[in-house]
Ligand binder design. Structure first.
Ligand code: NAD
Length: 290
Protein backbone atom coordinates (compact mmCIF):
# COMPACT_ATOMS: atom_id res chain seq x y z
CA UNK A 1 0.00 0.00 0.00
CA UNK A 2 0.95 3.63 -0.44
CA UNK A 3 1.00 5.20 3.03
CA UNK A 4 1.33 8.84 4.14
CA UNK A 5 2.59 9.18 7.73
CA UNK A 6 2.34 12.54 9.51
CA UNK A 7 3.99 13.08 12.90
CA UNK A 8 7.30 11.23 13.13
CA UNK A 9 7.99 11.75 16.85
CA UNK A 10 8.82 9.26 19.59
CA UNK A 11 5.86 7.06 18.65
CA UNK A 12 5.32 7.91 14.96
CA UNK A 13 8.91 7.32 13.81
CA UNK A 14 9.14 3.66 14.90
CA UNK A 15 5.56 2.99 13.73
CA UNK A 16 6.34 4.40 10.25
CA UNK A 17 9.63 2.46 10.16
CA UNK A 18 7.75 -0.78 10.87
CA UNK A 19 5.31 -0.11 8.01
CA UNK A 20 8.23 0.52 5.63
CA UNK A 21 10.05 -2.58 6.88
CA UNK A 22 6.94 -4.64 6.07
CA UNK A 23 7.23 -3.56 2.43
CA UNK A 24 4.77 -0.64 2.23
CA UNK A 25 5.67 2.52 0.34
CA UNK A 26 5.75 5.12 3.14
CA UNK A 27 6.02 8.89 2.65
CA UNK A 28 6.37 10.85 5.89
CA UNK A 29 6.12 14.42 7.10
CA UNK A 30 6.97 16.13 10.37
CA UNK A 31 7.45 19.78 11.32
CA UNK A 32 10.86 18.77 12.69
CA UNK A 33 13.59 17.58 10.29
CA UNK A 34 13.36 13.88 11.18
CA UNK A 35 14.79 11.05 9.07
CA UNK A 36 13.22 7.61 9.43
CA UNK A 37 14.71 4.45 7.92
CA UNK A 38 12.82 3.40 4.78
CA UNK A 39 10.50 6.45 4.84
CA UNK A 40 10.62 9.04 2.04
CA UNK A 41 10.36 12.60 3.35
CA UNK A 42 7.69 14.91 1.92
CA UNK A 43 7.84 18.72 1.95
CA UNK A 44 4.37 19.08 3.51
CA UNK A 45 1.57 17.07 5.10
CA UNK A 46 -0.53 17.46 1.93
CA UNK A 47 2.30 16.10 -0.21
CA UNK A 48 2.67 13.06 2.07
CA UNK A 49 -1.09 12.43 1.79
CA UNK A 50 -1.51 12.85 -1.96
CA UNK A 51 -2.31 9.54 -3.70
CA UNK A 52 -2.00 7.50 -0.46
CA UNK A 53 -4.28 4.52 0.21
CA UNK A 54 -3.99 5.26 3.93
CA UNK A 55 -2.82 8.35 5.80
CA UNK A 56 -1.72 7.80 9.41
CA UNK A 57 -1.35 10.73 11.84
CA UNK A 58 0.52 10.58 15.19
CA UNK A 59 0.36 14.10 16.62
CA UNK A 60 0.53 15.81 20.03
CA UNK A 61 -3.09 16.99 20.48
CA UNK A 62 -6.54 17.63 19.01
CA UNK A 63 -5.87 21.20 17.93
CA UNK A 64 -2.85 20.14 15.86
CA UNK A 65 -4.79 17.16 14.50
CA UNK A 66 -7.62 19.46 13.32
CA UNK A 67 -5.11 21.77 11.57
CA UNK A 68 -3.28 18.89 9.88
CA UNK A 69 -6.57 17.23 8.85
CA UNK A 70 -7.76 20.47 7.23
CA UNK A 71 -4.64 20.40 5.04
CA UNK A 72 -4.59 16.66 4.36
CA UNK A 73 -8.25 15.83 3.66
CA UNK A 74 -8.51 17.89 0.42
CA UNK A 75 -5.29 16.27 -0.84
CA UNK A 76 -6.56 12.69 -0.34
CA UNK A 77 -8.32 10.48 -2.88
CA UNK A 78 -11.92 9.36 -2.18
CA UNK A 79 -12.00 5.86 -0.69
CA UNK A 80 -8.66 6.28 1.13
CA UNK A 81 -8.50 5.84 4.92
CA UNK A 82 -7.47 8.55 7.41
CA UNK A 83 -6.22 6.81 10.54
CA UNK A 84 -5.44 9.01 13.54
CA UNK A 85 -3.38 7.19 16.19
CA UNK A 86 -2.78 10.26 18.43
CA UNK A 87 -4.46 10.56 21.82
CA UNK A 88 -6.85 13.51 21.42
CA UNK A 89 -10.20 14.74 22.76
CA UNK A 90 -13.30 12.91 21.59
CA UNK A 91 -14.79 16.10 20.09
CA UNK A 92 -11.77 16.65 17.81
CA UNK A 93 -11.80 12.98 16.77
CA UNK A 94 -15.49 13.25 15.81
CA UNK A 95 -15.06 16.60 14.02
CA UNK A 96 -12.17 15.28 11.90
CA UNK A 97 -14.11 12.08 11.13
CA UNK A 98 -17.14 14.10 9.96
CA UNK A 99 -14.98 16.25 7.63
CA UNK A 100 -13.20 13.17 6.26
CA UNK A 101 -16.48 11.35 5.65
CA UNK A 102 -17.91 14.37 3.86
CA UNK A 103 -14.90 14.17 1.51
CA UNK A 104 -15.60 10.48 0.75
CA UNK A 105 -12.77 9.18 2.96
CA UNK A 106 -12.77 6.36 5.54
CA UNK A 107 -11.82 7.86 8.94
CA UNK A 108 -10.66 5.83 11.95
CA UNK A 109 -9.64 7.15 15.37
CA UNK A 110 -7.18 4.56 16.66
CA UNK A 111 -5.23 5.64 19.75
CA UNK A 112 -2.71 3.20 21.11
CA UNK A 113 -1.51 1.66 24.31
CA UNK A 114 1.98 0.22 24.70
CA UNK A 115 4.27 3.25 24.69
CA UNK A 116 7.53 3.79 22.87
CA UNK A 117 8.69 0.21 23.52
CA UNK A 118 5.49 -1.18 21.97
CA UNK A 119 5.83 1.17 18.98
CA UNK A 120 9.38 -0.01 18.31
CA UNK A 121 8.57 -3.70 18.80
CA UNK A 122 5.31 -3.54 16.79
CA UNK A 123 3.29 -4.75 19.77
CA UNK A 124 0.89 -1.82 20.30
CA UNK A 125 -2.78 -2.26 21.13
CA UNK A 126 -5.11 -0.17 18.94
CA UNK A 127 -8.59 0.90 20.08
CA UNK A 128 -10.49 1.96 17.02
CA UNK A 129 -13.59 4.00 16.22
CA UNK A 130 -15.15 4.25 12.76
CA UNK A 131 -17.18 2.30 10.22
CA UNK A 132 -16.63 -1.41 9.55
CA UNK A 133 -15.22 -0.56 6.08
CA UNK A 134 -12.76 1.97 7.55
CA UNK A 135 -11.61 -0.46 10.23
CA UNK A 136 -11.12 -3.22 7.64
CA UNK A 137 -9.01 -0.94 5.45
CA UNK A 138 -6.76 0.00 8.41
CA UNK A 139 -6.53 -3.49 9.95
CA UNK A 140 -3.52 -4.76 7.92
CA UNK A 141 -1.53 -1.77 9.20
CA UNK A 142 -2.65 -2.38 12.79
CA UNK A 143 -1.40 -5.96 12.39
CA UNK A 144 2.08 -4.67 11.47
CA UNK A 145 2.32 -1.90 14.09
CA UNK A 146 0.62 -3.82 16.87
CA UNK A 147 -0.48 -7.14 18.29
CA UNK A 148 -4.13 -6.32 18.95
CA UNK A 149 -6.79 -4.04 17.47
CA UNK A 150 -10.25 -3.71 19.02
CA UNK A 151 -13.02 -2.11 16.95
CA UNK A 152 -14.81 -0.19 19.72
CA UNK A 153 -17.64 1.42 17.73
CA UNK A 154 -18.32 4.54 15.65
CA UNK A 155 -16.18 7.66 15.31
CA UNK A 156 -14.70 8.73 18.66
CA UNK A 157 -15.18 5.31 20.30
CA UNK A 158 -11.43 4.58 20.17
CA UNK A 159 -10.60 7.84 21.97
CA UNK A 160 -13.43 7.19 24.46
CA UNK A 161 -11.97 3.75 25.28
CA UNK A 162 -8.47 5.18 25.64
CA UNK A 163 -9.37 7.98 28.05
CA UNK A 164 -11.70 5.78 30.13
CA UNK A 165 -8.91 3.20 30.46
CA UNK A 166 -6.37 5.84 31.40
CA UNK A 167 -8.73 7.47 33.89
CA UNK A 168 -8.92 4.10 35.68
CA UNK A 169 -5.12 3.85 35.45
CA UNK A 170 -4.53 7.29 37.01
CA UNK A 171 -7.04 6.75 39.82
CA UNK A 172 -5.72 3.26 40.55
CA UNK A 173 -2.10 4.39 40.62
CA UNK A 174 -2.96 7.07 43.18
CA UNK A 175 -4.90 4.55 45.30
CA UNK A 176 -2.01 2.06 45.16
CA UNK A 177 0.57 4.72 46.10
CA UNK A 178 -1.41 6.18 48.98
CA UNK A 179 -2.04 2.67 50.34
CA UNK A 180 1.72 1.89 50.24
CA UNK A 181 2.47 5.19 52.02
CA UNK A 182 -0.12 4.37 54.71
CA UNK A 183 1.24 0.82 55.06
CA UNK A 184 4.75 2.26 55.56
CA UNK A 185 3.52 4.54 58.33
CA UNK A 186 1.73 1.59 59.95
CA UNK A 187 5.02 -0.32 59.96
CA UNK A 188 3.91 -2.92 57.40
CA UNK A 189 6.71 -4.47 55.35
CA UNK A 190 6.34 -3.53 51.65
CA UNK A 191 6.96 -7.03 50.37
CA UNK A 192 4.24 -8.37 52.71
CA UNK A 193 1.91 -5.61 51.52
CA UNK A 194 2.57 -6.67 47.90
CA UNK A 195 2.18 -10.39 48.68
CA UNK A 196 -1.23 -9.79 50.27
CA UNK A 197 -2.71 -7.14 47.94
CA UNK A 198 -1.50 -8.69 44.67
CA UNK A 199 -3.48 -11.83 45.49
CA UNK A 200 -6.40 -10.15 47.30
CA UNK A 201 -9.28 -7.92 46.29
CA UNK A 202 -7.05 -4.81 46.12
CA UNK A 203 -5.08 -6.23 43.20
CA UNK A 204 -4.75 -4.19 40.03
CA UNK A 205 -2.44 -3.65 37.06
CA UNK A 206 -0.68 -0.85 38.97
CA UNK A 207 0.05 -3.17 41.91
CA UNK A 208 0.65 -6.44 40.09
CA UNK A 209 2.38 -5.38 36.85
CA UNK A 210 3.75 -1.87 37.50
CA UNK A 211 4.31 -1.81 41.25
CA UNK A 212 5.25 1.75 42.40
CA UNK A 213 7.42 0.46 45.30
CA UNK A 214 11.09 -0.15 44.36
CA UNK A 215 12.35 -3.69 44.84
CA UNK A 216 8.86 -5.14 45.12
CA UNK A 217 6.93 -7.04 42.43
CA UNK A 218 8.05 -7.21 38.78
CA UNK A 219 10.64 -4.82 37.33
CA UNK A 220 9.07 -1.35 36.89
CA UNK A 221 10.14 2.34 36.62
CA UNK A 222 10.25 2.41 40.47
CA UNK A 223 13.34 0.19 40.16
CA UNK A 224 14.94 2.72 37.82
CA UNK A 225 14.69 5.90 39.91
CA UNK A 226 11.16 6.53 38.56
CA UNK A 227 12.51 7.38 35.11
CA UNK A 228 9.55 7.06 32.64
CA UNK A 229 8.01 4.64 31.56
CA UNK A 230 4.85 6.60 31.29
CA UNK A 231 5.57 10.19 32.28
CA UNK A 232 3.43 11.97 34.88
CA UNK A 233 2.74 14.76 32.37
CA UNK A 234 1.30 12.26 29.85
CA UNK A 235 -0.93 10.89 32.60
CA UNK A 236 -2.03 14.46 33.29
CA UNK A 237 -2.79 15.02 29.60
CA UNK A 238 -5.01 11.92 29.49
CA UNK A 239 -6.77 12.79 32.77
CA UNK A 240 -7.50 16.27 31.39
CA UNK A 241 -8.98 14.69 28.26
CA UNK A 242 -11.14 12.43 30.44
CA UNK A 243 -12.47 15.42 32.39
CA UNK A 244 -13.05 17.44 29.22
CA UNK A 245 -15.06 14.49 27.87
CA UNK A 246 -16.93 14.12 31.18
CA UNK A 247 -17.85 17.80 30.94
CA UNK A 248 -19.19 17.49 27.36
CA UNK A 249 -21.07 14.26 28.17
CA UNK A 250 -22.40 15.49 31.56
CA UNK A 251 -20.83 12.49 33.35
CA UNK A 252 -20.07 12.54 37.09
CA UNK A 253 -16.42 11.42 37.55
CA UNK A 254 -15.33 12.64 41.00
CA UNK A 255 -12.34 10.29 41.29
CA UNK A 256 -11.11 11.23 37.80
CA UNK A 257 -11.48 14.90 38.75
CA UNK A 258 -9.42 14.41 41.90
CA UNK A 259 -6.78 12.40 40.02
CA UNK A 260 -6.48 15.24 37.48
CA UNK A 261 -6.02 17.79 40.28
CA UNK A 262 -3.40 15.65 42.05
CA UNK A 263 -1.36 15.01 38.88
CA UNK A 264 -1.63 18.72 37.95
CA UNK A 265 -0.20 19.70 41.35
CA UNK A 266 2.46 16.98 41.08
CA UNK A 267 3.60 18.05 37.59
CA UNK A 268 3.19 21.83 37.84
CA UNK A 269 3.96 22.74 41.48
CA UNK A 270 5.96 19.81 42.86
CA UNK A 271 8.77 17.68 41.41
CA UNK A 272 6.75 15.34 39.18
CA UNK A 273 7.75 16.73 35.78
CA UNK A 274 9.97 14.26 33.96
CA UNK A 275 9.18 11.52 36.46
CA UNK A 276 7.22 8.33 35.87
CA UNK A 277 3.56 8.57 36.91
CA UNK A 278 4.24 5.99 39.67
CA UNK A 279 6.49 8.55 41.44
CA UNK A 280 3.30 9.48 43.30
CA UNK A 281 4.55 7.00 45.93
CA UNK A 282 7.61 9.02 47.11
CA UNK A 283 5.37 12.10 46.90
CA UNK A 284 2.85 10.62 49.35
CA UNK A 285 5.64 9.34 51.59
CA UNK A 286 7.02 12.84 52.07
CA UNK A 287 3.66 14.19 53.19
CA UNK A 288 1.67 14.07 56.38
CA UNK A 289 -2.09 14.23 56.67
CA UNK A 290 -2.43 18.02 56.60
P1 NAD B 1 6.11 13.48 20.09
O1 NAD B 1 6.01 14.88 20.61
O2 NAD B 1 7.40 12.75 20.25
O3 NAD B 1 5.71 13.46 18.53
C1 NAD B 1 4.78 14.31 17.91
C2 NAD B 1 5.39 14.74 16.58
O4 NAD B 1 4.43 15.52 15.88
C3 NAD B 1 6.64 15.60 16.74
O5 NAD B 1 7.71 15.01 16.03
C4 NAD B 1 6.24 16.95 16.17
O6 NAD B 1 7.29 17.63 15.49
C5 NAD B 1 5.15 16.54 15.19
N1 NAD B 1 4.24 17.63 14.84
C6 NAD B 1 3.68 18.57 15.64
N2 NAD B 1 2.89 19.39 14.93
C7 NAD B 1 2.95 18.96 13.65
C8 NAD B 1 2.36 19.40 12.43
N3 NAD B 1 1.53 20.45 12.40
N4 NAD B 1 2.65 18.72 11.30
C9 NAD B 1 3.49 17.66 11.32
N5 NAD B 1 4.09 17.20 12.44
C10 NAD B 1 3.82 17.84 13.59
O7 NAD B 1 4.93 12.69 20.80
P2 NAD B 1 4.75 11.09 20.89
O8 NAD B 1 5.29 10.61 22.18
O9 NAD B 1 5.19 10.48 19.60
O10 NAD B 1 3.15 11.00 21.02
C11 NAD B 1 2.30 11.18 19.89
C12 NAD B 1 0.88 10.89 20.33
O11 NAD B 1 0.80 9.56 20.84
C13 NAD B 1 0.35 11.80 21.43
O12 NAD B 1 -0.99 12.10 21.15
C14 NAD B 1 0.50 10.97 22.69
O13 NAD B 1 -0.43 11.31 23.70
C15 NAD B 1 0.23 9.57 22.15
N6 NAD B 1 0.82 8.48 22.94
C16 NAD B 1 2.11 8.56 23.37
C17 NAD B 1 2.64 7.51 24.12
C18 NAD B 1 4.05 7.57 24.62
O14 NAD B 1 4.42 6.72 25.45
N7 NAD B 1 4.88 8.49 24.13
C19 NAD B 1 1.85 6.38 24.39
C20 NAD B 1 0.55 6.30 23.90
C21 NAD B 1 0.05 7.37 23.17
Amino acid sequence: MKIGFIGLGNMGAPMAANLAKAGHEVTGFDMAPVEVAGVTRAASAAEAARGADVVVTMLPNGQILRAVAAEVIPAMTAGAALVDCSTVDVDSARAVAADAEAAGLLPVDAPVSGGIGGAAAGTLTFMAGGSEAAFDKARPLFDIMGQKAVHCGDAGAGQAAKICNNMILGVTMIATCEAFALADKLGLDRQKMFDVVSTSSGYSWTMNAYCPAPGVGPQSPADNGYKPGFAAELMLKDLRLSQQAAGSADADTPMGQLAEALYARFVEDEDGKGMDFSAMLPRFEKRGRS
